[in-house]
Design a protein around this ligand. Structure first.
Ligand code: FAD
Length: 110
């Protein structure tokens, strides 16, 4: 079976990179495509316990965790929230989502 940590790091890189290159303003088809991807991803991710929890988080009955796909800014923030949910579950430090774009798109400037 895949190494859950290595798989996780690589997958977050893919997921945040997808958010970083998402359209600034997404049309209906682009939103539908991403919605479909996330739904399948949450069923096929090859760490089954991870996938189950992620699916349950996304499908919270209140609707509060539904993917926000209108724009890159919304989607990037949503992905950061999703990652923080996993960070919390694993007892890791939460990431300050105000820095999401610097981490994953524009790069740190120092
Ligand atoms: P990672 O959490 O992999 O993060 C990589 C880098 O992303 C960090 O170094 C940081 O620079 C940046 N980052 C951190 N938080 C954020 C954020 N909120 N927003 C943006 N950038 C951020 N592991 C389990 O053991 N059990 C699980 O149930 C589980 N569920 C998972 C579900 C999903 C959908 C995914 C993709 C992974 C899951 N993992 C799970 C793996 C876990 O999230 C980590 O990837 C793994 O533990 C390695 O952690 P890490 O400390 O190297 O950093």
């Amino acid at each position: 079976p895949p190494d859950v940590e290595e798989l996780g790091r690589s997958t977050w890189t893919l997921l945040h990179s997808m958010a970083a290159t998402y359209p600034e303003k997404a049309d209906t088809q682009q939103q539908r495509d991403m919605q479909g991807f996330l739904k399948l991803f949450s069923r096929l991710y090859p760490c089954w316990v991870c996938a189950d929890d992620f699916q349950a988080w996304m499908a919270h009955p209140s609707g509060r965790n539904e993917p926000r796909l209108g724009s890159r800014a919304e989607f990037g923030w949503w992905m950061c929230d999703a990652h923080n949910e996993v960070n919390r579950k694993l007892g890791k430090k939460e990431f300050d989502c105000r820095f999401w774009e610097e981490r994953w798109r524009t790069g740190w400037k120092d």
